[in-house]
Design a protein around this ligand. Structure first.
Ligand code: SAM
Length: 510
């Protein structure tokens, strides 16, 4: 039998530090303690739990799923990795009597996809298992945006209705979508929306289509209705983990009339305006009564981070010269202020680690001094406060992240450096978990490299990659194929892939 593969299913918004940040911003907690208890309901094969359990050895994790097959796969990986802080249990949410308090309770990809009795049991289980100041996260498909997707789902289910086998159902549904895409009218806004949805579905993997579009249950609901059901279970709204917009502007606008209008009404309006189809809503005990949103608790103690690329070869840090950075969100951040530019420069260099505000300011000033630009900068307290305010505004605009935690990663590779055991295991499945808990898909060559590096001298690793490619065992991109033709080009490609791996934090800090 072929060994099971463990592609990462890291759910970035279910990271405990992100949930702790939400609790801190609403006054429920004042710090992030790494010896937390974390429960995942419907954990599948543990794709989210395994990387967390490996990263937080002091914490305790429990995963529950009704599928014995999925739990067996997760258990095999847990035992291969020797993770003693993870307990995996085969159980149905409807029969769950879990009562011990957990700081974080997560149910991702479950609520919309089960029948009403399980939905109700899920919210009751969350309530029972949540510590008094704990944070729960439940994801679901959202109306009105999912209405359009639901229309495509209905068409697919009708097309597949006459088929029994999953493969035949997929074939019939895909055929129908391809035909619709070919026939869609050219120049109408509705046709443009429909084409976008059809193309999106056609680009998805079979397994996803089978559950999301062809599965029996998929209830999309208005956020106001979801919050009503949560309230009936004794849970209240805390925060939202899946952003509606890339720059947060729409959300900020709606926050301004927060006092005047009911929450459910405002959030539903936001979903309509942003064509949102999915939510990952954080909940807390209704009795916990969170305070209004404030970044103050994280201002001093949080770590700022951003994946930024300077858009100039030479960093133009002198006062008055414009320098732009491209963020991983696609946004471009431009500034002419020496202190602001040096701060973004330091954040870019530190990524995937984050920096505390005080450390960031002193690194930025040091950077400027080293470049002989020290006198250009005002280090008056007001200037530093303004810098911090501007950086926090970038956090609100989703260009920077502010968390009560930062990963520690290797900054460079030494002789015999190898990725974390989990990364090797995940790389065999082609998707790895970054140090900041994002699932990252790798090219087959990159995935193979991560399984080999550290196990043999560099020249042998490259020989093996070349042999595998020549034997047709690696699907290569055009650049990769060209690089295999010369040892220098291959060494350069491997070097670039290893730098990218360092940038993802895949090598543990020694
Ligand atoms: C789409 S998967 C999501 C898996 C995982 N949370 C993730 O994000 O990768 C949904 C999971 O919920 C589990 N599930 C569905 N109904 C359940 C129930 N009544 N009790 C426990 N688990 C259930 C399924 O077995 C499946 O593993």
């Amino acid at each position: 039998m072929e060994a099971p593969r463990y592609p990462s299913h890291a759910v970035s918004f279910a990271h405990p530090a992100r949930l702790a940040a939400q609790a801190m911003q609403r006054g429920l907690r004042d710090s992030f303690d790494e010896s937390f208890h974390y429960l995942e309901l419907g954990c599948g094969a543990g794709g989210n739990l395994l990387p967390l359990a490996a990263r937080f050895p002091e914490a305790r994790f429990t995963g529950i799923d009704s599928s014995a097959d999925s739990i067996a796969v997760a258990e095999a990986a847990r035992s291969t990795l020797g993770l003693s802080n993870l307990t995996l249990i085969v159980e149905d949410i409807r029969r769950l009597e879990e009562a011990s308090p957990h700081d974080y309770v997560v149910a991702h990809g479950v609520y919309s996809w089960v029948e009403p009795a399980t939905q109700e049991a899920l919210l009751r289980s969350v309530k029972r298992a949540l510590a008094p100041r704990g944070v729960a996260l439940v994801s679901y498909n959202t109306l009105p945006g999912w209405g359009v997707r639901g229309m495509v789902r209905d068409v697919m289910r009708r097309a597949a209705a006459g088929e029994q086998a999953p493969r035949a159902k997929l074939k019939a549904a895909r055929l129908m979508l391809t035909r619709l895409l070919r026939q869609s009218a050219e120049d109408h806004p509705y046709a443009a929306l429909l084409r976008a949805e059809l193309s999106l579905v056609l680009g998805k993997r079979d397994g996803y289509l089978l559950s999301e579009y062809l599965g029996e249950h998929n209830e999309a609901l208005y956020v106001a209705d979801f919050l009503e059901r949560a309230a009936a279970a004794g849970l209240g709204f805390l925060a939202e983990g899946a952003p509606a917009t890339a720059d947060g502007l729409l959300e900020l606008g709606l926050e301004q009339d927060a006092a005047e209008r009911p929450l459910g009404e405002r959030l539903t309006e936001l979903d309509l305006l942003s064509y949102r189809q999915f939510r990952a809503t954080s909940l807390c005990h209704a009795e916990a009564r969170p305070s209004p949103l404030s970044q103050e608790p994280l201002r001093e103690r949080g770590y700022l981070s951003a994946q930024l690329t300077p858009m100039s070869r030479e960093p133009l840090l002198a006062e008055g010269e414009e320098l732009s950075f491209r963020a991983d969100t696609g946004a471009v951040l431009a500034s002419t202020s020496a202190l602001h530019k040096a701060s973004l420069w330091c954040l870019a260099r530190a990524y995937p680690e984050g920096m505390r505000a005080a450390e960031l300011v002193s690194s930025a000033l040091q950077e400027l001094r080293e470049r002989g630009l020290g006198e250009q900068v005002q280090i008056a307290p007001e200037a530093l406060e303004r810098l911090l305010d501007d950086l926090l505004e970038l956090v609100r605009r989703r260009q920077l992240e502010l968390l009560p935690w930062s990963p520690k990663v290797a900054r460079r590779l030494g002789e015999g450096s190898s990725p974390a055991a989990l990364t090797r295991l995940e790389a065999a499945g082609g998707v790895v978990t970054s140090a900041r808990h994002h699932a990252v898909e790798l090219s087959p060559l990159h995935a193979e490299l991560l399984q080999l590096v550290g196990s043999a001298p560099a020249h042998q690793v490259m020989d093996t990659l070349r042999d595998l490619a020549r034997a047709g065992e690696l699907r290569l991109g055009d650049d990769e194929r060209a690089a295999l033709e010369s040892p220098e080009a291959l060494a350069e490609l491997v070097g670039a892939q290893l730098r990218a791996s360092l940038g993802l934090g895949l090598f543990p800090a020694s």
